[in-house]
Design a binder for this molecule. Sequence first.
Ligand SMILES: Nc1nc2c(ncn2[C@@H]2O[C@H](COP(=O)(O)OP(=O)(O)O)[C@@H](O)[C@H]2O)c(=O)[nH]1
Ligand SMILES: *[C@@H]1O[C@H](CO)[C@@H](O)[C@H](O)[C@H]1NC(C)=O
Ligand SMILES: [Mg+2]
Length: 375
Amino acid sequence: MSRSRYLLVIFAVVLSGHYILSFTSDGYGRATSLSRLTSPSQNRVPEEYNTRPKTELDMLQRRANATFVMLARNSDLDMAVRSIRRMEDRFNTRHHYPYVLLNDEPFTDEFKRRVSAVVSSEVQYGQVPREHWVQPEWIDEDRATKGRDQLVAENVIYGGSVSYRNMCRFNSGFFFRHPLMQNYRWYWRIEPDVHFHCDINFDPFLFMQDREKVYGFTITMYEFDKTIPTLWGHVKDFIRLHPEYVAKDNAMNFMSDDGGETYNRCHFWSNFEIADMNFWRGPAYTDFFEYLDSKGGFYYERWGDAPVHSIAAGIFARKDQIQFFEEIGYEHNPYTHCPKDPVMWERGRCGCNPEGSFDYDGYSCMRQWDRLMGN
Ligand SMILES: Nc1nc2c(ncn2[C@@H]2O[C@H](COP(=O)(O)OP(=O)(O)O)[C@@H](O)[C@H]2O)c(=O)[nH]1
Ligand SMILES: *[C@@H]1O[C@H](CO)[C@@H](O)[C@H](O)[C@H]1NC(C)=O
Ligand SMILES: [Mg+2]
């Protein structure tokens, strides 16, 4: 064998070796055998969104017009710091998205100092204007009191709380109107004391922006019927008044088992949300919120922002604009979503137990979601 021929053979062997290696690697720089054991989940975010091996410089080149948002009380400080620290460790030290923290009272200096210490980006602290928070004047207080007393008698969680109702109404119709939120289109809602159990190796904002998504969730479940006895009737009335807002190919069959006649109480758990504020700021949701608000159900009953947001996304958006983020391991007491797909679980270096995932718990609405998406 001549020397040049010999070198050619070596070259060919090295090349084919490299080819085989890259063929079996998982695209995240690690060889994996798991990917051959399972068919890919339909929910998996494509690998082109993988940001992990890139440099900081790459990251800075493409970022969405987005922020984290957390509503918190000063007394939530320890838990707020924990949530944000977890978000930083699992995602944001590679992305540096800013945070907006909102409170119906002024944040204390101690609160600001502790939160600012854990973030790798900018934080802004805002106070909610009174008119976005307190029970409106025109609410019939006698009727509201009766409503609260009844839910207390029925042992409904937060049944007697006015501040909880203020919070739900604020999250339904006002957070995206706060002056600090005006600077952004996309947000990721986090709450004090939530957990992110897996590395988030992609940018959910860019994914949603590129794919024209409007709403992303990780956990879905049934709402308590006692908190929303009249809500669906008002929704149907609104649809009759405004058929022009109803999207084709919407997610109605996720929320209703009889073509829209009754609500099956399925909703996305809104303590986790990644969504497009243009959707909430647009004409359909603006009119929808105003209509619902005028019925007083945030106070006479105990309408949550979760069913209100979910129903709106389910009717005014196409179903393919709603994203189940299977790979984002997430926990808000008492429920955890943990990726069941072994590839997602391994890539995310998840600390959660997939066997304990809420997805197919009896109280979960993933079955209805799968039915809708044809999974
Ligand atoms: N500033 C402020 N934040 C509140 C108030 N009530 C609830 N929150 C926040 O609203 C979110 C939801 O409240 P939470 O108590 O976690 O309700 P749950 O998740 O439905 O049990 C959390 O981010 C809380 O910190 C309040 O009265 N003032
Ligand atoms: C971000 O979005 C907001 C709201 O849509 C908009 O007002 C603002 O100009 C955007 N900023 C950038 C840099 O695109
Ligand atoms: Mg909570």
